[in-house]
Design a binder for this molecule. Sequence first.
Ligand SMILES: [Zn+2]
Length: 149
Amino acid sequence: MRCPFCSYHDTKVIDSRTRDGGRSIRRRRECLKCCRRFTTREELDHIPLWVVKRDGRRDEFDRQKLIKGIQYACTKRAISLALIEGIVSKIEYHLRDQGIEEIDSQQIGEMVMKELREIDEVAYVRFASVYRNFKTKEEFLQQVKQLKE
Ligand SMILES: [Zn+2]
């Protein structure tokens, strides 16, 4: 990053803040030569966040896909798209803010479940049944039972 005032090639970062749900980062920099300060805004979209699936394959984090998955669990529930987008943004922000570049799909599922649980129990159980991949009906009922307690 070159200094816009004197073109010196080295600057130091004084402050970093992620914005737009972790999609961009605002940095306050100081030129090491002339000591003038300036702000840069860097888009993080090009930094891939990899999601490792159960079979070991990796996919790039797909916001829309996750939103659709949650929407499916929220069918006929009073949950707005804005709220769902908010959940996804919060999760993505959290991951990017921590500099995580690879995460298990299961972990993302757990994070969604944690959020849904606060909002709507039915949507939570529906989502959990898909993400936890219940093998038996008993496992599913166990989950519902735990929720009631
Ligand atoms: Zn300078």
